[in-house]
Design a protein around this ligand. Structure first.
Ligand code: KG4
Ligand code: ZN
Length: 351
């Protein structure tokens, strides 16, 4: 089957066409992503209204391009999938409404995809990973551990009680005037800095729960920066390196606990850890997780960076996985600004 996937829940306008064979193997036929980074840069963050308007302007052309690159007319698709939440509601509405219009005009089924499920299932597209596995999703909007038991079958083991990890990177970048996107810029600065110069807190780390907290850390970074202002280049690099060391230790410690929990909750099952979301591209965090996985005897899968950040291929793939189980959604499906992975109704009830 060949599926179109549309992603418009944040600041990427994306469309992709993915094929899935009867054995469950996936192939990306086209994957077009247009980042709105430059449009939001003057405002220091994503402006929801601006994002929605930009999706309206560009989505048609991006779908047409995906169709061209895949050499597949839209009439030959088997279904249309789109992110239906969670996310910035204006943008989600643009993508979902477009998908509904295409589904109606082409007479194809619509699949309303949960954006988090799309991140969660990407490792099956890239690595053919079998269920179950532990997912660590770390992006600009989410930081959570999720047990992925099957399509539509998720159990959230931990989440952030305040900021998401990518958000913390972005806020640190902003207070240091490093520009956007913050995460990669902080990582670049950290490479030439001293990670031991500042001892930033590791919030919640003494507690046994699998939750994160990053807002206190961000405040500590701000106070440290203010206490030595004006900042030299060296100071900025040292702050970034110390911040990154702190979050790396937090993520590594939590992942160790989560893998231990996986092994005891699912005895005899191979331990597998998938890392997804934009922060998965961070080499310090990735390196630490590689060590953690090795110590735990776990298989670690980090999909390639362009498939870790928001894209249409993951949405098309999630749509394909659901369609393969017989799922599809009505044209009255409502966009959802909030939609946790373990919400009721995620399970596929085949028609
Ligand atoms: O998954 P994503 O593209 O968008 C969503 O939030 O859904 O993730 C973007 C986030 C941003 O906060 C960005 O700063 C962060 O991922 N990020 C990074 C790196 N690359 C992207 N954070 C740390 N290190 C990086 N190399
Ligand atoms: Zn995302």
């Amino acid at each position: 089957m060949k599926i179109l996937g549309i992603e418009t829940s944040c600041d990427e306008t994306a469309a992709a066409i993915v094929a899935r064979d009867d054995d469950g193997r996936g192939e990306i036929l086209a994957n077009v992503v247009r980042s709105q980074l430059e449009e939001h840069a003057p405002f220091g963050g994503v402006v929801p209204e601006l994002a929605a308007r930009s999706h309206v302007t560009h989505l048609d052309g991006i779908i047409a391009r995906a169709s061209r690159e895949a050499r597949l007319p839209l009439t030959e698709l088997d279904a249309i999938a789109a992110t239906a939440g969670p996310g910035l509601i204006g943008g989600v509405l643009v993508g979902l409404t477009t998908a509904k219009a295409l589904a109606a005009a082409l007479g194809k089924p619509l699949i309303a995809v949960n954006h988090l499920e799309a991140h969660a299932l990407t490792a099956r597209l890239t690595d053919g990973l079998a269920f179950p596995y532990l997912l660590l999703l770390v992006s600009g909007g989410h930081s959570q551990f999720v047990l992925v038991r099957g399509v539509g079958d998720y159990e959230r083991w931990g989440t952030t009680i305040d900021d998401a990890l990518g958000e913390a990177f972005d806020k640190v970048a902003k207070l240091l005037d490093l520009g956007v996107p913050g995460g990669p810029e902080v990582e670049r600065q950290a490479r030439r800095g001293d990670p031991a110069r500042f001892k930033f807190p590791r919030p919640l780390l003494r507690e046994a729960r699998l939750d994160f907290s990053f807002s206190g850390l961000k405040t500590a970074v701000r106070l440290a920066a203010e206490s030595i202002a004006p900042l030299s280049d060296r100071d900025v690099a040292d702050i970034c390196a110390s911040f990154q060391a702190s979050v790396t230790e937090i993520v590594a410690t939590r992942a160790t606990q989560a893998l231990r929990h996986f092994a005891s909750a699912l005895p005899g099952v191979p331990v597998q850890l998938v890392v997804a979301g934009g922060v998965a591209a961070n080499r310090s965090i990735g390196g630490a997780l590689r060590q953690v996985a090795e110590m735990a005897g776990a298989r670690l899968v980090i999909p390639p960076a362009p498939l870790c950040t928001d894209n249409g291929a993951m949405v098309a793939w999630a749509g394909a996985e659901r369609l393969a189980l017989g799922a599809s959604d009505g044209l009255d499906f409502k966009a959802r600004p909030r939609w946790p992975l373990d919400a009721p109704g995620m399970a596929v009830d085949a028609a």
